[in-house]
Design a protein around this ligand. Structure first.
Ligand SMILES: Cc1ncc(COP(=O)(O)O)c(C=O)c1O
Length: 933
């Protein structure tokens, strides 16, 4: 029998042996090892294999993980506390959640190839504005706790950082309080329950509170208004389908978790949080916002709006660092709302409320004290010293309830609760629920007249839903159709075997606060994964909690901050950051209470060591950290990186290594050995978690042992300083990375890195005659990505980088990263997963575009009317009766001269006008009445 253990690596890696030989030949190299020796500085090379288990086949890895996760003891959860059982409609599970057309897409920065996911995100925003009664909603945040913290950030900025108090007007879930306190402390914001005064930036109103009770907050809201403090309402979106919208009650901001809109609990995530604001706060809204604009033909089209607010522009002035969010899960929530419609959602909400009201009535009749008269789904019962005993009994019936303290338990009903649950849970208290009970909802209700937009009424049959999701997906270019060569984003294969475990019930249906002994399978998987990531990166401890790269940065910098504080060096606040850094770096540093000092880069793209040395020396006494990306955001390995780390250490600073480019390091070098004290790993880049059209993501951090005590904790574990709502952040997608590492083994991972570097160098070689390749390392090599300078086309033909990016769409490609880190350039990262044939197709397209530009330069095509400036071309224009352009229809739509009509991608819109869209911001569908007028 042949040993097929390495079979998976062979399939994950696109180029086969013959392709590898051909690429090496093009580079004039005898072997991959020669290339790696030329590319990766000897001083940082790892001279031993990674200590990881050998590769497993797909079947073996699945069986091994299944055995592990099978050790989870998944009981029906009545814990609530922000996480609820729900039913994922199978039509959404299969056609969206498990559909690569949706989960392999990238963040919709290129609007024209993203209309499908933008449309659904726009519907998500509309849903949120309808539920909250506030006019502008973002396209998702990472989780409920960070969303509340983001709301605090808005309030802080709204008051120009001059007010320093946040008042909690009621009991929030403990995990929210902890995250808000973590985020508030470095900014000097005090969070407490005291009086509202002139220093109060925001008042946070839970609706309902952590005990499930709706209180009347009208007095508090009036006081907040009088003090000009912002009112932040934290509300359950399912309850809001029955209740008056927070906007009507005076909320300036509303936030909450959309998990129970058809997204599994997944042991804590991922799921989307929502955030909506009043008009005056629009420009302070964190994260991504989908807006509507028009294309060149005046057709409506969606695009990401107000990008100028993002950290890329605000950098160290930003109060939010969010980048990757939860697009896929927001889209699931939107699809759930479209599937059920407003009345369906209300029916669902009533079905959740009814057992809670009956349960409460039964307990009251049996003499128990229950919290509050107005509730939605949660009953908090006083049980005088009996909480643990009752929870244990509930467990024996197969149900988990919340132990609040010795004397109180909480029971939350959800979409999956049935009569048997109600009877069994009542029985624990010796109570009998009445067959019907009075509604216990607050008086402030909404009628039926909401979500009136057609989209929430049109899709009712499964056939329509399946086609609706397909129609949207067909508008987009995702990895299931073409290479997405986005530099710094690492759009590699998300293999089917890696994705399958995410849907397993023992992975999907676990509550994050289930007793530890119920999550032993999860724990076995996370322990192993932490160990593997520590070995791969050279660190002593790993925290899996941060649920995006940005959150990893933040958690890592907080660890550094707390380390300095623990040594009595709280004055160490200066964070040095090279000018080429990703925008999240300075934003995270600012949020961690540090002062950013920018370090120059050289013409070659390296850190300017003279400037660095000068700044390290100048700030020696106050140096907190240096944040560097390695290989750099310019796509090169810096020769002197070890010396740079040593210099920072000599001056008492810590080194934060941004691990976004780990795909160039795995198996070849380790950030921990290079000198990093802490590093985040984007599992949604190097370790195969799909981008989902803008999230989910996972951004674990590895730290050296001296920082281990400062990793994020969690209230459920009796510790503090959490950065995410759940102890393991987006736990249910961690099996994707586990599967990847398990199937690749150490040798497969190293080979993947080598091929990623080979493919990037091959592209640089093929395209260098047409586009200067900026920034090369020693021996003229790039790392795993290369920056192509398209400004030459601007000079010769007036063709801008945007024209090249949009013309690539006509060739069937998603553009590379545009104008970052250098304006007017494209950063190309092929990854190891792309077959050589696809890489060649891309290079051919880029060369053809350079030739098209030449024709413009020569005057064959006018500067204002050529296939580049008019790109992309829709089917409607190309087939229109009158064709007035100086190039042919074929040249417009089938520019590679080899029309494969079945594979042709037709963009649904032509170029979108971003500027006009920002000027006339439309971020949600108008209500039907507005259309009628
Ligand atoms: C270099 C770099 N650092 C940090 C980040 C932020 O990571 P995330 O989007 O996961 O928050 C990115 C994202 O693309 C990046 O490229």
């Amino acid at each position: 029998m042949t040993d097929n253990r390495a079979e998976f690596a062979g399939r994950h890696i696109g180029p086969g042996p013959a392709d590898t030989r051909a690429m090496l030949a093009a580079l004039g190299l005898p072997s991959v090892e020669t290339l790696i020796t030329q590319t990766v500085p000897k001083s940082i090379r790892l001279n031993r294999p990674l200590h990881l288990p050998g590769p497993a086949t797909e079947a073996e890895a699945l069986a091994e993980l299944s055995e592990k996760m099978g050790r989870n003891h998944v009981l029906k959860s009545f814990i609530g506390q922000g996480y609820h059982g729900c039913r994922v409609p199978p039509v959404i599970q299969r056609n969206l959640f498990e559909n690569p057309a949706w989960y392999t897409a990238y963040t919709p920065y290129q609007a024209e190839i993203s209309q499908g996911r933008l449309e659904l995100l726009f519907n998500f925003q509309t849903l949120v504005t309808e539920l909250t009664g506030l006019p502008v909603a973002s396209a998702s945040l990472l989780d409920e706790a960070t969303a509340v913290a983001e709301a605090v950030g808005i309030a802080f900025r709204h008051h120009r950082e001059k007010r320093s108090r946040v008042v909690l007007a009621g009991e929030l879930h403990p995990q929210i309080v902890d995250v808000v306190k973590t985020r508030a402390e470095p900014l000097g914001i005090e969070v407490n329950g005291g009086e509202i005064d002139a220093d109060t930036a925001a008042v946070i109103v839970p609706w309902p509170d952590t005990f499930g009770v709706f209180h009347d907050h009208s007095t508090v809201i009036a006081k907040a208004k009088a003090a000009d403090a912002l009112v932040v309402v934290v509300a359950d979106p399912l309850a809001l389908t029955l209740l008056e919208a927070p906007g009507k009650q005076g909320a300036d901001i509303a936030v909450g978790a959309m998990q129970r809109f058809g997204v599994p609990m997944g042991y804590g995530g991922p799921h989307a949080a929502y955030l909506a604001v009043s008009d005056r706060l629009t420009r302070l809204i964190p994260g991504r916002l989908v807006g509507q604009s028009t294309d060149t033909k005046g057709r409506p089209g969606y695009r990401l709006a107000l990008q100028t607010r993002e950290q890329h522009i605000r950098r160290d002035k930003a109060t939010s660092n969010i980048c990757t969010a939860q697009a896929l899960l927001a889209n699931m929530a939107a699809a759930f709302a479209i599937w059920h419609g407003p009345q369906g959602l209300q029916t669902l909400a009533r079905r959740v409320h009814a057992p809670a009201a009956r349960f409460s009535a039964g307990l009251t009749a049996a003499g128990f004290a229950v919290a509050g008269k107005e509730i939605f789904d949660t009953v908090t019962v006083t049980v005088e010293g009996q909480a643990k005993r009752i929870a244990a009994e509930a467990e024996r019936t197969g149900r988990l309830i919340r132990v609040i303290d010795e004397n109180r338990v909480g029971i939350s009903f959800d979409q999956t609760s049935v009569e048997e649950d109600l009877q069994a849970l009542s029985g624990l208290f010796g109570a009998t629920p009445p067959s019907e009970a009075e509604l216990m909802l607050p008086e402030r209700r909404r009628g039926e007249n909401f979500m009136t937009q057609p989209v929430f009424h049109e899709v009712r049959s499964e056939t329509e839903m399946m086609r609706y999701l397909r129609r949207l997906a067909d508008k987009d270019l995702a990895l299931d159709r073409t290479m997405i060569p986005l530099g710094s984003c690492t759009m590699k294969l998300n293999a089917a075997a890696e994705m399958m475990p995410v849907s397993w019930p023992e992975v999907a249906n676990m509550h994050p606060f289930a007793p530890a002994e119920h999550a032993v399978g999860y724990r076995a998987m996370t322990d192993e994964l932490e160990g593997w990531l520590a070995e791969i990166t050279g660190f002593d401890r790993v925290s899996l909690q941060p649920n995006a790269g940005s959150q990893g940065e933040y958690a890592g910098l907080l660890a550094i901050r707390r380390y300095h504080h623990s040594r009595g060096e709280a004055h160490r606040k200066v964070c040095l950051i090279p000018s080429s850094a990703h925008g999240t770096n300075p934003a995270s540093a600012h949020m961690a209470g540090m002062d950013v000092v920018v370090v120059r880069c050289t013409e070659e793209g390296d850190i300017d060591t003279a400037d660095l040395t000068a700044k390290v020396e100048q700030h020696s006494q106050n140096l907190a950290a240096l944040m560097i990306t390695h290989p750099s955001t310019h796509g090169v390995f810096e020769e002197g990186v070890k010396d740079i780390c040593a210099l920072v250490h000599e001056h008492g600073g810590q080194v934060y290594l941004d691990g976004a480019n780990l795909n160039a390091l795995v198996g070849l070098a380790r950030p921990g050995d290079i000198g990093g004290d802490v590093c985040h790993m984007n599992l949604h880049k190097t370790f195969c978690i799909p981008h989902g059209g803008g999230g989910p993501g996972v951004g674990p951090i590895g730290v050296k042992s001296h920082l281990a005590a400062f990793l994020p904790g969690h209230v459920e574990a009796g510790t503090e300083h959490a950065v995410s709502a759940a102890p393991y952040g987006s736990a249910s997608i961690l099996p994707i990375t586990w599967m990847y590492i398990r199937m690749m083994g150490g040798t497969g991972l190293k080979q993947a890195t080598e091929l990623a570097i080979l493919s990037a160098n091959y592209i640089a070689e093929r395209l260098k005659a047409h586009y200067p390749v900026l920034f090369k390392g020693r021996n003229g090599r790039v790392a795993h990505e290369c920056i192509l300078d398209t400004r030459v086309l601007k000079e010769s033909a007036g063709i801008g980088v945007e024209d090249v990016a949009k013309r690539l769409i006509d060739y069937g490609f998603h553009a590379p990263t545009m104008s970052w880190p250098v304006a007017g350039t494209l950063m190309v990262e092929p990854t190891e997963s792309e077959p050589k044939r696809e890489i060649d197709r891309f290079c051919d397209a880029m060369i053809a575009i350079a030739r098209e530009a030449e024709r413009v330069a020569k005057g064959e095509w006018p500067a204002g009317d050529n296939p580049l400036v008019n790109a992309p071309h829709t089917a409607a224009e190309t087939l229109a009766a009158d064709w007035t352009h100086p190039y042919t229809r074929l040249e417009a739509a089938y520019p590679d001269g080899d029309p494969d009509s079945s594979a042709k991608y037709w963009p649904p819109v032509s170029r979108i006008d971003n500027v006009a869209g920002d000027r006339n911001l439309v971020c949600s569908c108008p209500p039907i009445e507005a259309l009628a007028s």
